[in-house]
Design a protein around this ligand. Structure first.
Ligand SMILES: Nc1ncnc2c1ncn2[C@@H]1O[C@H](COP(=O)(O)OP(=O)(O)O)[C@@H](O)[C@H]1O
Ligand SMILES: [Mg+2]
Length: 253
């Protein structure tokens, strides 16, 4: 069980964005990925979700090789992610944005929902109820009718995380979810991540804030120009602030 990235290499033309990278993630575990800008963190996520093709190596999800499996099937199989720069239609409401997260696995499918069969009406009620639960969890219920274009970036990121958990993923990849969040929003997000993990979700977390990394994860992977520089407990890095500063590309707050 888990996600097993083994010796993955990704190239963009002449650039080697990932070089023989191996990372594993178990259910109920948080693994943090840190590294300066351009070190390959988002590319690692893109290779797991199938948005970039892998030159060599293997990616197994729950023991199935997924290298040749298209992204939508990886997502239907229990994988979810957030994007470093969330893109929502600015006109859709917060509620619609979160509802979007449900549809890929809605059981009755698009054809039945177009026909408005009783089964799909029942399913829609269930989805709306679950959506209300998620909005409440992320304290977004009062904002449900606000268009996405009117939210500050911190709240857009919270909506992005809320959307990503709608399908009850087994594995969740969070790409800098805390960037731009207020301290209160960050605490809300940390608590939610902990809840998900307590329920057995495996979380891969790209995060610049080393304090958050230390709070949340027992295992950290440091990427440097596409290669793994360190893998181990965050505590082993905490004593070496210069190292952290150099490889986070920020002061680590
Ligand atoms: N789609 C792409 N096409 C070309 N180069 C890319 C693409 N995506 C990423 N890269 C390059 O790959 C390297 C790693 O990028 P990225 O994974 O986004 O790093 P990070 O998320 O750690 O900032 C960078 O040199 C970046 O310019
Ligand atoms: Mg990135």
């Amino acid at each position: 069980m888990g996600i097993e990235v083994s010796n993955v290499t990704v190239r963009f033309g002449g650039i080697t964005a990932l070089s023989e990278v191996s990372v594993s993630l178990s259910p109920g575990q948080i693994v943090a990925v840190i590294g300066a800008n351009g070190s390959g963190k988002s590319t690692l996520f893109n290779s797991i979700t199938g948005l970039v093709s892998v030159a060599s190596g293997s990616i197994r999800i729950d023991d199935d090789e997924v290298i040749r499996i298209p992204p939508h099937r990886r997502i239907a199989g229990g994988l979810a992610r957030t994007f470093q720069t969330p893109r929502f239609d600015p006109r859709i409401t917060v509620e619609k944005a979160v509802l979007c997260g449900f549809y890929p696995v809605a059981r009755s499918g698009f054809v039945r929902s177009l026909l408005h069969t009783p089964g799909s009406a029942r399913e829609e009620r269930t989805i709306r109820r679950e959506c209300d639960g998620i909005l409440a969890l992320f304290k977004l219920d009062k904002l449900r009718s606000v268009p996405m274009g009117e939210l500050p970036m911190g709240q857009v990121r919270l909506v992005e995380v809320a959307r990503s958990v709608a399908n009850k993923p087994k594995y969740l990849l969070l790409d800098e979810p805390a960037a731009g969040l207020t301290r209160v929003e960050q605490e809300l997000l940390s608590a939610e991540i902990r809840n998900l993990v307590a329920r057995g979700v495996g979380v891969l977390l790209v995060e610049h804030n080393f304090n958050l990394v230390q709070q949340l994860s027992e295992h950290v992977v440091v990427l440097d120009r596409g290669s793994i520089l360190f893998t181990g407990a965050p505590a082993e890095l905490a004593g070496n602030r210069a190292f952290v500063d150099a490889y986070l590309g920020t002061s680590g707050h």
